[in-house]
Design a binder for this molecule. Structure first.
Ligand code: ZN
Ligand code: ZN
Length: 429
């Protein structure tokens, strides 16, 4: 699997993770590892380089065409929830700490009950988010973290160890994006066949998050924009500006890490972002990102996707269902049709014949995919009891329908028992 991003040592005490034009610094202090802000997929990189922070300095919320510096935090929490952690102190101005907390609070507390039937709201955000708002100075024993204007400075044992502005990277995120785009050619050729490309096939813990491009005619619908859009699309030789529409299946961060970057690019290009999603999903996106984009209604040309009411996007028909997932705002499963072919994309959903027997919703049955030539289904190769679809259950769908089925939204597995979508793989239907 291709792992993007790199680590560098800026000083003896300061480590920088860089990815897609953004960076996050980690500072060794007497109170443990201090992280400065976030970036999309930061938890994957931190795990890869074995950086386990116990303190987080929360800067002002900033966005560029590479992404924003609060997105990424949700999966720090999911990782803490799954693998355990003692909890992190979040230090910053009351406004910044509160903005970050509200963004997380809109989504992170929802989960399934133990039977995986109903959605429940947990109190677990407080286990991991130890808010430490300060006016300007955090001071605990030998450690001082000071917030002044745009800057964050750190001193420990009386020694200055970090100055955010002094260590600012020379290349601005927007310039890194333009550099990456310059290496890819736009491809405006109208597609005569429905083509489906996996920009990413992993999940929030591993690989590039599940992110799929559907092209037909002049339309290119990017389903669940993943982190660092310019770079991630370019890795599959797709120019970001070829994308005509964004579709978001639900509000979990691994399905919308690239959303703020996409909005930012549209804002700079003075055009509206065409966004296809559910009404409540859009409402939560607006709520979560309102401090960054207070006028999102002006920035977005919203098209509501409602199960039972297929949408026409150029020559593409998008048909949806509500999945069995754990957000109360809904999670969309999709059937994308064009040129006489159909691709089913499960979206996040726990498919289980036993659960379906209790839930009793026919759209969750394998027959929903009966007319699909290709089916991409989320899969969990390891756990039967988790919140995702165990592969033995997904195999039942494969054995019931005539289309070809591939698993996605999973770490890459060697010799998987079901064929697995690979990053960059294209299907021409
Ligand atoms: Zn999800
Ligand atoms: Zn997911």
């Amino acid at each position: 699997m291709h792992e993007s991003g790199r680590q560098s040592h800026l000083t003896e005490k300061v480590i920088r993770l860089e990815n897609g034009g953004m960076n996050v610094d980690f500072i060794h202090t007497s109170e443990g590892l201090l992280r400065i802000g976030a970036m999309p997929d930061v938890s994957k990189m931190a795990a890869r380089f074995d950086l386990d922070d116990s303190l987080v300095a929360v800067p002002a919320w900033e966005v560029s065409q590479a992404g924003d510096n609060y997105t990424g935090e949700e999966f720090v929490f999911w990782r803490a929830q799954v693998y355990g952690h003692e909890g992190r102190k979040y230090i910053g101005s009351p406004d910044c700490v509160n903005q970050l907390k509200s963004k997380l609070d809109a989504v992170f507390p929802y989960f399934f009950d133990d039977e995986r039937i109903h959605i429940v709201r947990k109190a677990w955000l407080d286990n991991w988010f130890l808010a430490r708002p300060v006016e300007t100075l955090y001071h605990n024993r030998d450690l001082k973290v000071e917030f002044t204007g745009d800057n964050i400075t750190v001193s420990d044992n009386g020694e200055p160890v970090y100055n955010r502005l002094d260590l600012a990277p020379s290349l601005l995120p927007d310039d890194a994006v333009e550099n990456r785009l310059a290496a890819v050619s736009p491809d405006p050729v109208a597609r005569e066949n429905l083509t489906i490309t996996a920009i990413g096939s992993g999940n929030g813990f591993s690989g590039k998050s599940a992110s799929i491009l559907a092209r037909f005619g002049k339309r290119a619908v990017w389903i669940d924009p993943c982190a660092f859009p310019a770079h991630s699309l370019a890795d599959t030789n797709v120019h970001w500006d070829d994308i005509t529409d964004i579709l978001i299946t639900h509000n979990h961060e691994d399905h919308m890490s690239g959303f703020s970057a996409c909005l930012c690019r549209c804002e700079r290009q003075k055009r509206r972002l065409r966004l296809i999603t559910g009404k409540n999903i859009f409402r939560i996106l607006k709520q979560q990102f309102s401090p960054l984009f207070p006028d999102m209604d002006q920035l977005v040309e919203f098209r509501e996707l409602k199960p039972g009411t297929p949408l026409q996007i150029g020559g593409i028909t998008v048909d949806a269902r509500w999945n069995h997932h754990f957000l109360p705002f809904g999670t969309l499963g999709l059937r994308i049709s064009a040129g006489g072919k159909t691709c089913g994309i499960s979206g996040d959903t726990k498919f289980s014949t036993a659960i379906n027997a209790v839930v009793g919703r026919p759209e969750l049955d394998p027959a929903w995919f009966a007319d699909c030539d290709l089916i991409l289904h989320e899969v969990d190769f390891v756990s039967a009891d988790g919140v995702h679809s165990y592969w033995e259950e997904v195999a039942k769908i494969r054995d019931t329908v005539s289309g070809t089925l591939y698993g996605y939204h999973s770490p890459e597995v060697e010799s998987p028992p079901l064929p697995q979508v690979r990053d960059g793989q294209t299907f021409t239907l």
